[in-house]
Design a protein around this ligand. Structure first.
Ligand code: NAP
Length: 409
């Protein structure tokens, strides 16, 4: 099998490439991006004969088409702006596809996120006709969150409410970005979406503050409404299960600081004049934030005592109904920096969560354990496929827990 990873030396793509080369069914992993030197540096560190490098700019459609022509699968671990064109190129080439996020396509940056999802799903028949699968929305969130919702939808008769929480606690002597600060802050300043009784509504960024008690060792953390794609994805897939409400909150000790930055207008995307110069505070902020670390840099920061610890957690509270009784289920997974580095040196807890969250799906697809064809978000998988996914995650150290409360009478 030949697998191409766009953004293969990025924060999440590097984890995927590192794990994919270990798989016996994978013959070649092509690590692609715009900067061949960065790809070569990553290849030197990985030292796998299976890893090759390629210079590709996904903004050039012909370049992208050429890249996916002779591969069995292409993974977009670069940016969601290019999902749609990569999906189309894979459908043409007869290659499986995977991505790690849903967003507005570069061709139509102003469309509603729900319409962006519809455009991806419109290619469903093209993939089915060729007997191939496009695994969309993989990773931690989206990804594991959607798998949790899928499990609830299979095991409950009705699913009424889904409340997701992403909590990250970093102990470091300097600011650390665990993923693209540009994409993170785009979500930070965007109106947060919620699904209410069949409609998508918005809430102001950082609104509806809540102090939530996470499982130990995390404890109580502040949480705020946050723009995230699962709202439209779950709103689409689980509508018929009686879904009334979906929200996503971003949590953790750094969030009040992020809120202060937002409240002060320091993340304002609209340009302001400063001493006669026009500048968008958002651009300045992103420029000042550190770039995500390479695996080599993560190892170095850990060695130097700069990056001391990280605890990442994804948690989903779901209220539904089973056999006429109201049922409350909490799904969660927690990972620390030390645990992540035990499995794969050079990862942050977040990059391991995201990269392995996606790569475990890739493995199941190439092994024939995911047989659903077409354009498939985790919500569309069968119960046995989703159980196989949780099992594979657990083998790689990501244990998804389910705590269920059912009334006795
Ligand atoms: N599902 C989840 O839980 C989750 C969590 C975090 C991130 N994500 C998603 O994962 C993706 C990657 O995020 P990241 O944090 O890994 O970002 P990152 O560290 O900035 O990596 C992005 C990679 O894409 C490459 N790239 C960017 N533009 C490109 C282009 N036009 N053509 C080819 N390669 C290009 C970059 O290399 P060059 O600049 O050298 O080309 C880089 O290697 C994003 O879509 C993000 O939304 C998902």
């Amino acid at each position: 099998m030949r697998i191409l990873v766009f953004g293969g030396y990025g924060a999440q793509g590097a984890v995927m490439c590192t794990e994919l080369v270990k798989h016996p069914m994978v013959d070649e992993v092509i690590c692609a991006g715009r900067h061949i030197e960065r790809a070569k540096k990553f290849a030197e560190r990985l030292r796998s004969e299976k890893l090759t490098v390629m210079r590709v700019d996904m903004s050039d459609i012909e370049d992208l088409r050429r890249a996916v022509k002779d591969v069995d699968m292409a993974i977009n671990a670069a940016t969601y702006f290019y999902n749609l064109r990569t999906l189309k190129a894979c459908a043409e080439a007869g290659a499986h596809y995977q991505d790690l996020a849903l967003g507005e396509p570069i061709e139509e940056p102003k469309i509603h996120l729900y319409d962006a999802l519809m455009k991806e799903l419109a290619l469903d028949q093209d993939f089915k006709d060729k007997g191939i699968t496009a695994l969309i929305n993989n990773g931690m969130d989206p990804g594991i969150t959607d798998a949790m919702a899928c499990h609830a939808a299979h095991t409950m008769d009705r699913v009424y409410e889904i409340r997701m929480k992403d909590c990250d606690i970093i102990d470091a002597t300097e600011p650390i970005s665990t993923w693209s600060p540009y994409l993170l802050w785009r979500d930070m300043v965007a109106p947060a979406r919620v699904f209410v009784d069949g409609r998508f509504e918005t809430r102001p960024p950082f609104s509806e503050e809540e102090y939530y008690r996470f499982p130990e060792p995390i404890g109580v953390q502040p949480c705020y409404q946050h723009a995230h794609e699962e709202i439209v994805i779950m709103g689409h897939y689980l509508r018929d299960k009686g879904l009334r409400y979906v929200e996503f909150k971003m949590c953790g000790p750094d969030m009040p600081y992020a809120k202060a930055i937002y409240d002060l207008g320091l993340a304002n995307p609209n340009p302001i004049k400063v001493k006669g110069v026009e500048v968008a505070p958002f651009d300045l902020l992103v420029e000042c934030l550190p770039k995500p670390l390479s695996m080599e840099e993560v190892e170095q920061k850990i060695r130097e005592g700069v990056l001391r610890d990280e605890i990442a957690c994804i948690l989903t509270d779901i209220i539904g109904e089973r056999k006429g009784k109201t049922i409350k289920a909490t799904y969660y997974a927690i990972l620390t920096l030390k645990e992540a580095n035990k499995y794969m040196p050079g990862t942050t807890a977040t990059s391991y969560f995201v990269g392995i969250g996606a790569e475990a799906m890739t493995e199941l697809l190439i092994e024939g354990k995911i047989t659903t064809r077409g354009v498939v978000s985790p919500e569309a998988l069968s119960l046995s496929e989703i159980e196989a996914y949780f099992k594979r995650l657990a083998e790689k150290g990501i244990i998804v827990n389910e705590v269920v409360h059912t009334p006795m009478a």
